[in-house]
Design a binder for this molecule. Structure first.
Ligand SMILES: [Zn+2]
Length: 208
């Protein structure tokens, strides 16, 4: 049996009854016309693909050298992580922490959370931690907002580039693609749909 449920419009507080929440399309509030949520097939598949691609690209970005420095006539190359270590050694604490957070920690955490959530969903399983991951992503959104993240990355990059020159190689290209893939991942992310799947799974389990 397809369950129907009540959605509260976040613009006018009208309670709307949605009969087929799994149907594809846009659901509008009958009173004010605000978009309640959007449902598209293939979200799980897309999210899994984007998360996997992001993880691979993230690995490439951090494995290959991103900057080259000239230290006492010798050319040495560094990736993001070693650049951060260099910043720490130079006692540029705040900058080092900012680079570490915006370029390494925050994106990796987002990728891992998406992967933890969407890999089991792709194989038709609802993981027991699904609700927790959704809530963490919800609470983390002010920190993970893409525009804020991109500004952070750009500022960190400008500061880093002052230390040396960008190596026009694998790391740089992987970084460019990573920004695009992570943007698409964020755009495709539809938590409402995951809540629907969780609810459906729970009602199935309680019916047994
Ligand atoms: Zn409304």
């Amino acid at each position: 049996m397809k369950h129907e449920h009540i959605v509260c419009c976040h613009a006018c507080d009208e309670l709307c009854c949605v009969r087929e929440p799994q149907r594809n399309g846009r659901f509008l509030c009958p009173r004010c016309g605000t978009l309640l949520f959007r449902h598209r097939t293939g979200m799980i598949e897309k999210m899994y693909a984007y998360a996997l691609a992001s993880l691979i690209l993230f690995g490439l970005v951090n494995y290959f050298p991103f900057l080259s420095f000239e230290v006492a006539g010798n050319l040495s190359q560094a990736n993001f992580l070693t650049s951060t270590v260099y910043l720490f050694k130079e006692h540029e604490w705040i900058l080092a922490v900012a680079v570490l957070m915006t370029i390494l920690v925050v994106p990796l955490m987002r990728i891992m959370l998406f992967l933890l959530l969407f890999a089991p969903l792709y194989y038709g399983k609802v993981p027991f931690y699904a609700k927790t991951v959704l809530k963490v992503l919800e609470h983390a959104s002010p920190w993970g907002m893409l525009d804020v993240f991109l500004v952070g990355v750009l500022v960190s990059m400008v500061k880093l580039v002052k230390m040396g020159t960008i190596v026009p190689g694998t790391s740089m290209w992987a970084f460019v693609v990573l920004v695009f893939v992570m943007t698409s991942m964020q755009v495709s992310y539809n938590p409402h749909m995951v809540w629907e799947i969780i609810e459906e799974e729970e009602s199935k389990r309680s019916a047994l």
